[in-house]
Design a protein around this ligand. Structure first.
Ligand code: NAP
Length: 280
């Protein structure tokens, strides 16, 4: 029997690529998101192994329905790919507490709720994989990304704690850390930065950052490289706790780990063009 994997946020971008890749590799994939019409289109690409499920990760009833639906098929989940995510960015002073709550509702509490929903069945089965899609922003926080970076830092901490807790039950936890990937998220972030680029005390900085950011996503790798990392994390006997994608960016993380923050700040400012705002 094919192993069953639930991929959240599968209606586009990284989740869509992951659902299709895993289906082609022989998994039975439950592809979940709010836009069921997009998921229905996706199921045609999955060699009959993609099963669309309507899911809002912020809605407990929707989560219960999704899990019941999977179990009604007689399937126990082998893997959960917590990919659903949004990116709420902008100057810290301009973002409201509601913005922060919205960000954490999806990127953190949604992931927690999904994981809570599947853990008991994985523990009883004595096996399972939880793959959390984090971000480079979970280690290196750019300016104007405070809610997003905070949510992804939280995913890192949660994943370490959970991994050590569930390991004795045969469940393995990995974080995937994409850097820039060419998906709609780039456009969403550009739109949000645009909102803050004409007025307010940070407008000049936002415009400069936006110009640098605009080049990132369109020239970035396709989501299929993230899908391959997810597949590795699902199938390796001893999966890594973290996968940086693309691997060529591991050097960035090494810098973050070993260099003083002041040095990283200056490098970051130079790369983004924000150094011209530095007070000498
Ligand atoms: N693209 C990048 O450069 C990049 C870099 C680092 C990390 N990431 C992470 O990778 C993940 C996917 O990003 P992406 O670039 O593929 O973004 P995307 O193209 O915007 O796709 C986001 C997905 O999340 C789903 N989603 C959003 N809110 C949801 C909710 N409440 N319940 C269920 N699904 C929800 C969306 O589907 P519906 O709207 O249909 O619900 C969509 O399928 C995110 O966690 C993101 O933070 C992306």
């Amino acid at each position: 029997m094919h192993q069953s994997i639930l991929v959240t946020g599968a209606s586009r971008g990284i989740g869509e690529a992951t659902a299709v890749h895993l289906a082609h590799k022989g998994f039975r994939v439950y592809a979940a998101a709010r836009q069921i019409d997009k998921l229905n289109e996706l199921s045609a690409l999955g060699s009959g192994r993609i099963h669309p499920i309507a899911l809002d990760v912020t809605d407990p009833a929707s989560i219960d329905n999704a899990i019941e639906r999977i179990n009604a098929d007689g399937n126990t989940l082998y893997g959960l790919v917590n990919n659903a995510g949004t990116s709420i960015i902008g100057p810290f002073e301009d973002l409201s507490l509601d913005d922060w709550r919205d960000q954490f509702e999806v990127n953190l509490f949604g992931l927690v709720a999904m994981t809570r929903a599947v853990l008991p069945q994985m523990r009883e089965a004595g096996r399972g994989r939880i793959i959390n899609i984090g971000s480079i922003s979970g280690r290196i926080a750019a300016a104007f990304q405070s809610p997003y970076a905070a949510s992804k830092h939280a995913v890192e901490g949660l994943s370490d704690s959970l991994r050590r807790e569930v390991m004795p039950h045969g469940i393995k936890v990995s974080v995937i850390r994409p850097v820039f990937i060419n998906t709609d998220m780039g456009k969403q972030q550009q739109d949000r930065l645009e909102e803050y680029s004409s007025t307010g005390p940070y407008a000049d900085q936002v415009r400069t950052f936006k110009a640098w950011h605009a080049k990132g996503h369109p020239s970035a790798p396709s989501p299929s490289i993230v899908a391959e990392a997810v597949h590795n994390a699902l199938t390796a006997d001893r999966p890594y706790s973290r996968y940086t994608v693309p691997q060529s960016k591991l050097g960035l993380l090494a810098l973050r780990n070993f260099m003083p923050s002041g040095v990283i700040d200056r490098m970051y400012e130079r790369v983004t063009g924000l150094d011209r705002f530095r007070k000498r």
